[in-house]
Design a protein around this ligand. Structure first.
Ligand code: GLC
Length: 650
């Protein structure tokens, strides 16, 4: 073990061996470990994707886990029902429990329930993390995690690859919206709350009960600090910065009993984390005391060497315990088996990895619990899209909104004549963003969200029966008299991971249409309210100048009615909901103003970390006329080059 820098002080492990439940866990683990042959042990270390491994194959190879990646569904059907998900979970469960190779070790099914159970038709889709970071509300986070666990468990799935604990330092990164903040404070506050909401309180009754799921601290470590915000790029910060900025959330998650950690795609000083023994073994498992298991990211282990077999061995020897295999799971199985048989991967490393995997399965009660469809979480109704969850999601939307400008046009009266414009107004897919039904969040329309409400739907509901009128005109055109006010909803189209990497932060350089609509409405003397759907802070000075009010809604999810709740007064003209959100990401002064983070020596944002107006604040918010010279004009909106070893496109 390398000499570990003193800063990595150990975290308290809430499930140390003295805990009464651990003695039973230990007996189960050692008993099954002894029963497994080398093939059975290697099988436990392989996670295959449901589109590529049938239940029969899972049983034949004795695989330890399956996942459904973003956009993967039972039978490839985006509209698969809850019963379809449960039936498939039963099939994989039965295959594993009947496997001679794995000696009936139950398997784990992992999924990206990263803003609700967002792969599942009809599920409650909560705001993405960037909006939840603006809410600054740990209680809300835990409640969302509890609801998410219920919806995941209701489909027979055991494990979510969440929370993402990235501290995002460059907003050009395509995964900015998966982060809560640019500063560790919010991440450290939220991490244990989300882990406890998903798993239950470690060491207490109900921990990993049938309405709970395994959580994943991801991605370890440093992903939000890559050079130029390149996804899967290189991080060249010091070890002190890696610890002080990026490890706090993971440390808090370990102290809260998180049972899995996902390795990060990025490198640190040129070495891929998936092959970084110091970080994955000496720091995470040694110093921080993490005793669950480390899962690779999607084929992330392949980035550690040119040769596949060598890559498997290098990643496992560095500390990855389970290989998440995108497609070629048989190759990964045989590659790893060969590395074990020829001694490249020592048997004690294999036993340590399998012990960790079995320990997590035993803590989750999988050796004794019934088939997925017979568990209590799946008996009491579905839980998926439950009305109480949607109510919670609507509250989360309200608390995430950030008001950047208001010259007095807000709040709106319910008897107003409202024109609603912009391509985001009636587009639930756009308001949900990436990791929604499909991996990129694209290819979805409103019919794909049977329980969803668009922002426009919310405006209609707010004005109905109050003498108001709402007209939808995406291009902002109308006939006859001016409306009392125009709400223009615009923003980023959905994306995920590296597909969202950008070279600059100018919005109008990518999509000039909303600005043209705002300017035309202003020429006609119509007051304008901009509602911005975005996965990151962006340079929007022209749009701000053309707006009488500017609201950042981030990526609010399926409960679009939460926006109307705050923009409109109550039924009796009272102020129903004030703005609550405060920026957890600094707002740029120009299109190339990134990295930009609170604490920078030359910190000079347009709107600082923590900024957010309330209705009581002065109407003249002081933004005045902002500089509209776009420093990004002429630059490509997206950079097509990817770091070497990237796993894109899938
Ligand atoms: C992706 C992501 C990771 C996700 C995994 C499974 O590449 O990096 O966050 O959990 O694959 O979908």
């Amino acid at each position: 073990m390398s000499q570990i820098a003193p800063m990595w002080r150990a975290s308290a492990n809430p499930l140390d061996c003295s805990h009464p439940s651990e003695r039973c866990v230990q007996r189960t683990v050692e008993g099954y470990l002894r029963s497994l042959g080398v093939e059975g042990k290697v099988g436990q270390m392989i996670q295959a994707e449901i589109a590529n491994a049938t239940p029969t194959e899972v049983g034949e190879y004795g695989l330890g886990s399956i996942l459904n990646g973003g956009g993967s569904f039972p039978g490839g059907d985006k509209h698969a029902s809850v019963d379809d998900w449960r039936a498939l979970a039963d099939a994989y469960h039965d295959a594993a429990r009947g496997s001679a190779r794995s000696h009936a070790v139950p398997l784990l099914w992992g999924t990206d329930a990263v803003h609700g159970h967002s792969n599942v038709y009809g599920a409650t889709v909560f705001p993405h993390n960037i909006g939840l970071g603006a809410a600054r509300d740990g209680d809300l986070m835990e409640a969302i995690a509890v609801a998410t666990a219920r919806e995941v468990a209701a489909t027979g799935i055991d494990w979510t690859f969440a929370p993402t604990l990235a501290v995002v330092r460059d907003d050009r990164w395509g995964r900015t919206y998966e982060g809560y903040a640019e500063h560790p404070d919010v991440v450290v506050d939220y991490a244990p709350r989300v882990v406890a909401g998903l798993q239950g309180a470690a060491g207490e009754a109900g921990f990993l009960g049938e309405d709970r799921v395994l959580a994943t601290a991801k991605h370890f470590l440093g992903e939000g600090h890559t050079t130029d915000g390149r996804d899967q790029g290189d991080v060249v910060c010091s070890e002190e910065t890696l610890h002080d900025l990026h490890a706090g959330g993971h440390r808090a998650a370990v102290a809260a009993g998180v049972q899995t950690v996902m390795a990060a795609y990025n490198s640190w000083h040129g070495t891929k984390v998936h092959g970084h023994r110091y970080l994955l073994t000496d720091v995470l498992k040694g110093a921080l005391g993490f005793d669950g298991f480390v899962v690779s990211d999607w084929d992330g282990f392949l980035q550690t060497a040119e040769d596949r077999a060598e890559a498997c061995g290098r990643s496992v020897n560095a500390g990855v315990d389970m290989l998440m295999v995108g497609v070629e799971w048989r190759a990964a199985y045989h590659d790893l088996l060969q590395q074990v048989v020829d001694g490249t991967v020592p048997m004690e490393r294999v036993d340590d990895a399998v012990r960790r995997i079995l320990r997590v399965k035993a803590r989750a009660g999988l050796f004794s619990c019934p088939r997925p469809s017979e568990r209590s979480a799946t008996e009491e109704g579905t839980g998926v899209g439950d009305a109480s969850h949607r109510k919670l999601a609507r509250q989360a939307v309200r608390r995430s909104l950030v008001l950047l400008k208001n010259n007095g046009v807000l709040p709106l009266r319910r008897d107003a004549k409202v024109l609603v414009a912009g391509d985001g107004a009636d587009n639930i897919g756009k308001q949900c963003g990436g990791w929604t039904l499909t991996w990129q969040g694209t290819g979805n329309d409103n019919a794909d969200f049977p329980n969803g409400t668009s922002l426009f739907d919310g405006f209609v509901q707010a004005t109905a029966h109050h003498g108001g009128a709402v007209a939808l005109s995406p291009n902002g055109e109308y006939a006859g008299e001016n409306p009392d006010v125009a709400i223009v909803v615009f923003g980023e189209d959905p994306y995920a991971e590296g597909d969202g990497d950008r070279d600059h932060l100018s919005y109008s350089a990518v999509d000039p249409k909303p600005l043209a609509i705002l300017r035309k409405l202003r020429e006609r003397g119509v007051p304008t309210v901009s509602v911005f759907l975005t996965g990151r802070p962006m340079w929007v000075n022209p749009e701000l100048n053309a707006s009488d009010a500017f609201v950042v809604a981030w990526l609010p999810g399926t409960e679009g009615g939460g926006v109307a709740d705050v923009l409109f007064r109550g039924p009796n003209g009272e102020l129903a909901h004030d703005f609550h959100g405060r920026l957890s990401f600094s707002w740029p002064r120009h299109a190339l103003h990134t990295p930009l983070n609170v604490g920078d020596t030359d910190y000079a944002p347009l709107f600082p970390y923590g900024y957010g107006l309330r209705y009581r604040d002065a109407a003249d918010d002081g933004t005045g006329r902002l500089d509209e010279s776009d420093t990004a004009v002429g630059r490509p909106a997206r950079d097509s080059t990817r770091p070497t070893g990237s796993t894109y496109p899938r």
